[in-house]
Design a protein around this ligand. Structure first.
Ligand code: ARG
Length: 462
């Protein structure tokens, strides 16, 4: 009968219930947010004349001691305490006596857990954004070295048009920029104080919610207590931010896996970030990008799982909500580890420009240029030029060569409007540089984008 809520009970709880009901083994990671929240709450109760100075001093000292015990690994986390809120309060009362029981005046675990979790999520939103920034630095650095390295641009995983590898990497830099913005912009919806909402309806005590919000670094005080204690949008938001970011990482991983194959041979991961096979001695496997791709599935699961937990809950707090934490913790840990390992794997990856460039010699990457030439220089409508260029491709296939390697003599047999000045249009590098419209792949435009991303990174204050 040692439960804080056991007043109306005549029997002790079953140990099976304790195991099932407890969150202390995972919510203990919120101890810092919880103790800081309690310190701020106590200071406000004192300022409002609800706690005496002696009581406040005792509570402050006691909470500091609990914090030290936890950080020294001396704190005993007990399943029977149910959650960290009660575990900490119980220990506080053991240290300072009955006055510890006054801390919970004008507060409930319902607003307390929302305070702890929101502050944790705000902190992690920023830390993850910082990690994306450092990954982005590596991506932009690789891009800046390869603005002239030809690589086949693909659609449907088929050769499409020549691009450069820098341009390709900057596509990922663009995604990571949006990811950073998404994490940063979430802050304004998450960093709102629930403290003082109590169980669901507010409190009859004369509290000052703005004071605790300021002390805890919240940007504002929540509007409606009923919503505040039951809302978990903020947790869903970080889960969504992580899933989207991981989806980007997963697409890059997929490309690295393809590029590392013998068939592509575009890149080689360093030994430090590759693995071997237990049976096939020749193998060097891309386990890192494969795991990144796989873990993306897991974080997506966490998002769907919380959406599902929340969708049928009547207002206000329901214990189902306790299921919000493990998935969020898992997604956050996964995101942090993934961002770090991808950054290191990319930093140490060897790029093989010769193989990328020789791959450009197949697949008629400049067929569109032949059509564009006929539009620009011969005034032929694009639909017709498309057909003529298709015929050139068919002829090249029969000859077993690439369109870019066709002679003028062959080309003029296909359409006599084709003149000798067509030849530069079929050259791969010219084709890449011809796509010089804003945001395009030309080396000039790619360098512009490199500059833009470098400035973006430099200007970030996260
Ligand atoms: N451990 C609980 C959770 O994580 C804390 C809130 C409990 N509130 C309650 N009324 N049972 O959701």
């Amino acid at each position: 009968m040692d439960k804080m809520w056991s007043g109306r009970f005549s029997e002790s709880s079953a140990s099976l219930l304790d195991d099932f009901n407890a969150s202390i083994m995972f919510d203990r990671r919120l101890y810092r947010e919880d103790i800081e929240g309690s310190q701020a709450h106590a200071a406000m109760l004192h300022a409002q004349g609800i706690l005496s100075t002696d009581e406040l001093d005792a509570i402050h000292k006691g909470l500091s001691q609990v914090m030290s015990e936890i950080e020294a690994g001396d704190f005993e986390w007990k399943i029977s305490d149910e959650d960290l809120h009660m575990g900490i309060e119980k220990r506080l009362t053991a240290i300072i006596g009955e006055v510890g029981g006054k801390l919970h005046t004008a507060r409930s675990r319902n607003d307390q857990v929302a305070v702890d979790f929101r502050r944790y999520v705000v902190r992690k939103n920023r830390e993850i954004a910082q990690l994306i920034k450092s990954l982005m630095e590596v991506v932009v650095d690789i891009a800046s070295k390869h603005t002239e390295t030809l690589i086949p641009g693909m659609t449907h995983l088929q050769h499409a048009q020549p691009t450069n590898f820098g341009f390709h990497m900057l596509a990922y830099a663009s995604m990571f920029k949006r990811d950073i913005e998404r994490f940063e912009e979430s802050r304004k919806r998450i960093n709102i104080s629930p403290l003082g909402c109590a169980a669901l309806a507010g409190t009859p005590h004369n509290i000052d919610r703005q004071m605790t919000a300021d002390a805890l670094g919240f940007d504002s005080v929540s509007i409606n207590c009923l919503d505040t204690v039951s809302d978990r949008d903020f947790a869903l938001e970080i889960l969504f931010n992580i899933s989207t970011m991981m989806m980007h990482i997963s697409r890059l991983s997929e490309e690295i896996i393809l590029w590392s194959s013998y068939e592509f041979g575009f890149v080689e991961l360093s030994d430090a970030y590759s693995t071997g096979s237990s049976i096939m001695p020749q193998k060097k496997n891309p386990d890192v990008p494969e795991l990144l791709r796989g873990k993306t599935g897991r974080v997506n699961g966490n998002l769907i799982s919380l959406l599902t937990v929340m969708k049928g809950l009547p207002l206000a707090y329901n214990k189902d909500t306790q299921e919000d934490k493990e998935g969020v913790f898992d997604s956050i840990d996964t995101a942090e580890l993934s961002l770090e390992i991808l950054r290191e794997a990319l930093k140490t990856m060897t790029v093989k420009p010769e193989n990328m460039e020789s791959a450009c010699q197949k697949g008629h990457l400049t067929a569109t240029d032949l059509a564009d030439y006929l539009v620009e220089h011969c005034g032929v409508p694009f639909r017709e030029t498309h057909f003529i260029s298709g015929k050139a491709v068919a002829r090249a296939e029969i000859m077993g060569i690439d369109v870019s390697a066709m002679s003028f003599d062959e080309l003029k047999k296909i359409d006599d409007r084709i003149k000798e000045d067509v030849m530069p249009f079929l050259a791969l590098r010219n084709s890449m540089n011809a796509r010089n419209s804003e945001g395009g792949t030309s080396t000039k435009r790619t360098l512009e984008q490199v500059e833009l991303f470098k400035n973006y990174i430099k200007g970030l204050s996260i």
